[in-house]
Design a protein around this ligand. Structure first.
Ligand SMILES: Cc1cc2nc3c(=O)[nH]c(=O)nc-3n(C[C@H](O)[C@H](O)[C@H](O)COP(=O)(O)O)c2cc1C
Length: 177
């Protein structure tokens, strides 16, 4: 290998992502929640999404037993809650008002979108485990202008200028693809 772990991590940081919090309730009634940037879409039919959990995460053994979980996509205003759920053994839930999802899973309020999932598959991902969930319910924000929380280069970022207006209908933005 011609690179060390530091360089590898730095190069991975060149890929901007959103930030999500995965939540669930264990069989013995404990709430689980962790911040992830590894969320991604997988399939539309069936509707599948994924995220990965570090084997060394404190909550990893509990995640292995989860049959259902929700994935909450954070807005730019939710940096604090992202940090709270990224702290090992911290008090993640105090003073947090939760919403009951359609399937009874706990959802975070004011997110851009939430997906309620049942466990579909798990794959070996080296020092992480890849969780693939089948989406069984979803919720989206009514605030179309809300900005996402972005993680890039190892820190949170903002979309300075927001989104550009949609191009006129006849503009072919895919020209050249
Ligand atoms: C922006 C951000 C993204 C993260 N993404 C992941 C991730 O995709 N997978 C992961 O295992 N940990 C990720 N983490 C770290 C976990 O949130 C952190 O280890 C947390 O303490 C895990 O919860 P636990 O200690 O209850 O197991 C991320 C942290 C931050 C701040």
């Amino acid at each position: 290998m011609s690179f060390d772990e530091r360089r590898f991590r730095d190069a991975l940081g060149a890929f901007p992502t959103g930030v999500a919090i995965v939540t669930g309730i264990t069989a013995d009634g404990h709430r689980l929640g962790m911040t992830v940037s590894s969320f991604n879409s997988v399939s539309t039919s069936p509707p599948l999404v994924l995220f990965s959990v570090a084997l060394r995460a404190h909550s990893f053994p509990a995640w292995m037993g989860m049959e259902r979980y929700s994935i909450n996509i954070l807005s730019q205003a939710q940096e604090d809650v992202s940090n709270r759920f990224a702290r090992a053994l911290g008090d993640k839930w105090s003073n947090l008002v939760l919403i009951d999802g359609e399937t009874g899973l706990p959802l975070l309020p004011n997110t851009l979108a939430s997906f309620e999932c049942e466990s579909y598959a798990r794959y070996d991902g080296g020092d992480h485990m890849i969780f693939v969930g089948r989406v069984i319910a979803l919720r989206t924000t009514p605030h179309k202008q809300a900005q996402p929380l972005i993680f890039y280069g190892g820190r949170y970022r903002r979309l300075d200028a927001g989104f550009r207006d949609m191009p006129p209908r006849d503009a072919n933005i895919f020209e050249g693809w």
